[in-house]
Design a protein around this ligand. Structure first.
Ligand code: ZN
Length: 306
């Protein structure tokens, strides 16, 4: 796999310090670990060196999106989607919404059923294989920077766990900013690198997800990124107590990671072995108790700066 060193997405500087090496739980090929580096100038943590764009495109394979889901996982996902719809409803105005990085379109379906005029943007064709035809026509499949919408078109733009995957997060946010109405709302959620859990688990924190996550944001660096892209933050949520559904999100991610780790090492056990799913759930529940009050996720509600 070809790797390339990258500069900081926020300040453009190259100087950085090694935070630690992260094992890749999902890759079946070399390298098995990647370096996380903290920018000496602004503090943003990045994966560097990282796979070149062509290598990353290969890593987002069809099974990344279309892995079979157990009933329990589907039910958890349903709850998470419902909570996201409710969060959108309570933090935004208007009904015309663009979900950037919509993946398989599950949130778009949930928003559509809630009465929203939904639109999606997704760079990977494979993600759209199972999307119903009626919804498919509402999704542009192209790189985010090549999105083609009229200016001032949407009341709401959302990015759920997308920003950390982007090669150039500031530039991408800048490029989609023009599609948002002047009084529109940008909503985004990413893992919180400053959470107590992330600090305690260090290189083993599953939300590091090397090499898929290029950037690891703290509340401060995330705000700096959106501000640089021309937005102002009007609300920030980092407390787990106020969002109990994050526990479900957390369970799902932890169980998935544990299952993938197990499957990579014990292929004979097949997909979704019960043992590893159980292990993932127990670990997550256990650490949830240990890390109560510090949330591994954070959300920003933003408006365009004037
Ligand atoms: Zn920097």
């Amino acid at each position: 796999m070809q790797l390339e060193p990258v500069n900081c997405a926020l300040c453009g500087r190259a100087e950085s310090d090694l935070v630690f090496s992260v094992p890749s739980l999902r890759l079946r090929t070399e390298p098995r670990s990647f370096e996380l580096r903290r920018c000496r100038s602004c503090g943003l943590v990045r994966l560097s060196p990282r796979p070149v764009a062509e290598a990353m495109a290969l890593l987002y394979q069809p099974q990344h999106y279309t892995a079979p889901r157990r009933d329990l996982v589907r039910r958890l996902e349903g709850l998470i989607l419902r909570e996201r719809v409710s969060y959108v409803r309570s933090h935004t105005r208007g009904h015309r919404i663009l979900d950037v990085g919509c993946g398989t379109g599950s949130l778009l379906q949930a928003l559509s059923m809630a009465g929203y005029d939904v639109h999606g943007l997704e760079p990977y064709q494979d993600a759209l294989a199972g999307v119903p035809e009626g919804l498919r026509s509402r999704i542009q499949c192209r790189p985010f920077e090549a999105a083609d919408y009229p200016a001032d078109n949407f009341d709401i733009i959302t990015l759920w766990h997308v920003l950390e995957h982007l090669a150039r997060p500031v530039e991408t946010l800048q490029s989609i900013r023009k599609f948002l109405k002047a009084d529109g709302t940008l909503l985004l959620e990413v893992p919180n690198f400053a959470s107590r859990e992330a600090r305690w688990l260090g290189r083993h924190w599953y939300n590091l997800d090397a090499p898929y996550h290029f950037w690891h944001f703290t509340p401060e660096t995330l705000e700096a990124v959106v501000q640089r892209a021309g937005f102002q933050v009007v609300a920030r949520t980092t407390s787990a107590v106020t969002r109990p559904v994050w526990l479900l999100n957390y369970l799902l991610l932890g169980a998935t990671t544990a299952a993938e780790w197990w499957q990579a090492r014990h292929p004979a056990w097949g997909k979704w072995p019960r043992a590893s799913l159980g292990l993932g759930l127990s670990l997550c529940l256990g650490s949830r108790v240990l890390f109560a009050g510090s949330c591994p996720m954070m959300r920003l509600v933003c408006r365009k700066s004037t």
